[in-house]
Design a protein around this ligand. Structure first.
Ligand SMILES: C[S@@+](CC[C@H](N)C(=O)[O-])C[C@H]1O[C@@H](n2cnc3c(N)ncnc32)[C@H](O)[C@@H]1O
Length: 342
């Protein structure tokens, strides 16, 4: 005899969105997640667990070490931005509209592009001699090994590492800055400065910390975005992270301008705040043999204790200007943050 079938009311766990919540929710922005969480108790719980996972690692598992958020001053659990562990060209960035963040399964590290896909280049001096040719070594971390990349001199304030133009592989010891964030850091909320990057371990003077990753822009596009960000950030709604770096080329007459925007897509370096006394970080451009562009890398300019905030100088203030207020707290504080107009 056939059993009597009682039509069931659809339960919450049968909600189509809940059944694939783990697949969909990690792709949502914070406002979208908040909207979804209001629709049922189960989705509220699922959204809460996404938020917990997001605040436990800003790097979306792209880095070797998790980078947690800590906030005891207001209700923001994390800052929302897309993550890239290395420089990215705008053509690639424009395709990157969303990125999963907060799924219980992690994104495999191998899917993270570590270097911008660049064509092999060779830099030449005024006589047309190649000054950065790469090496044929299979392994050249040893200073005594005679690797030409280690012995190179000629560009002031520019470090040289092995790169795509070399015969060695990713494990070569002369690729110190090419493996993502090298020290334990955390992102701490401050009432006046917003998010701040802090050390979560003792860091020794001259140790490498991380590079400044983001979108590599043309100067025209950087100027356009600067103007746009200035307008929005004047009402306190945006913390822009567009950095301009100038590299003087060997001839002394030419200057390469790098515009790196980490506002929408970036890495942990986008949380480093300004300090008028220069802070505890110094920057250096690192060229890798065969890579088209140098990368801006951060090193400790002094010993840094665990929990100390990591800061550097955003630039000089040459004239009195009306700008965003500076709260660096150093005795030499100028009162205003450096910008293109100061
Ligand atoms: C690159 S972001 C740094 C991270 C930023 N605090 C955040 O919450 O995302 C630069 C912005 O941080 C803030 N900032 C950086 N240094 C500061 C300082 N010394 N005093 C006040 N605000 C600062 C300004 O809003 C600036 O536009």
């Amino acid at each position: 005899m056939a059993e009597e079938t009682v039509p069931r009311k659809p339960s919450c766990s049968n909600h189509p969105l809940l059944q694939c919540a783990d697949l969909i929710l990690p792709w949502l922005t914070p406002p979208e997640l908040a909207n979804v969480s209001m629709t049922s108790t189960s989705l509220r719980k699922a959204s809460a667990s996404i938020t917990t996972l997001r605040s436990s690692d800003a790097s979306r598992t792209f880095e070797n070490l998790p980078v947690p958020f800590h906030n005891t001053v207001d209700h923001y659990p994390y800052a929302y931005f897309l993550y890239t562990p290395s420089l990215i060209l705008p053509s690639a960035a424009s395709h990157l509209l969303r990125q999963p963040w907060g799924s219980s399964g992690s994104v495999p590290l191998s899917s993270a592009p570590r270097c911008i896909p660049s064509e092999s280049v060779s830099l030449v001096d005024e006589l047309g001699q190649s000054v950065l040719s790469g090496c044929d070594c299979e392994s050249c971390g040893d200073v005594g090994s005679g690797c030409p990349c280690l012995g190179f001199g000629g560009l002031d304030d520019v470090g040289i590492e092995c790169g795509p133009g070399c015969g060695c592989g990713p494990d070569c010891g002369n690729r110190l800055t090419q493996n993502g964030v090298a020290v334990r850091v955390k992102i701490v909320r401050d009432e006046r400065k917003g998010w701040c990057l802090h050390s979560d371990q003792l860091i020794r003077k001259e140790e490498f910390l991380f590079e400044y990753a983001g979108e590599l822009l043309t100067t025209k596009e950087a100027r356009r975005r600067h103007q746009c960000y200035d307008e929005i950030s004047s009402n306190g709604k945006l913390s822009s992270a567009l950095l301009v770096v100038r590299e003087h080329l060997p001839s002394g007459n030419a200057c390469l301008r790098l515009n790196i925007d980490a506002t929408r897509i970036g890495n942990v370096a986008r949380f480093v705040n300004h300090s008028c006394d220069g802070g505890n970080l110094s920057t250096k451009l690192i060229r890798s043999s065969g890579a088209l562009f140098p990368r801006l890398c951060f090193f400790a300019s002094k010993d840094i204790q665990q929990d100390e905030e990591l800061t550097f100088s955003y630039g000089e203030i040459r004239k009195k200007a009306i700008g965003l207020p500076c709260f660096c707290g150093s005795p030499s504080c100028f009162g205003t943050l450096p910008s293109e107009d100061t």
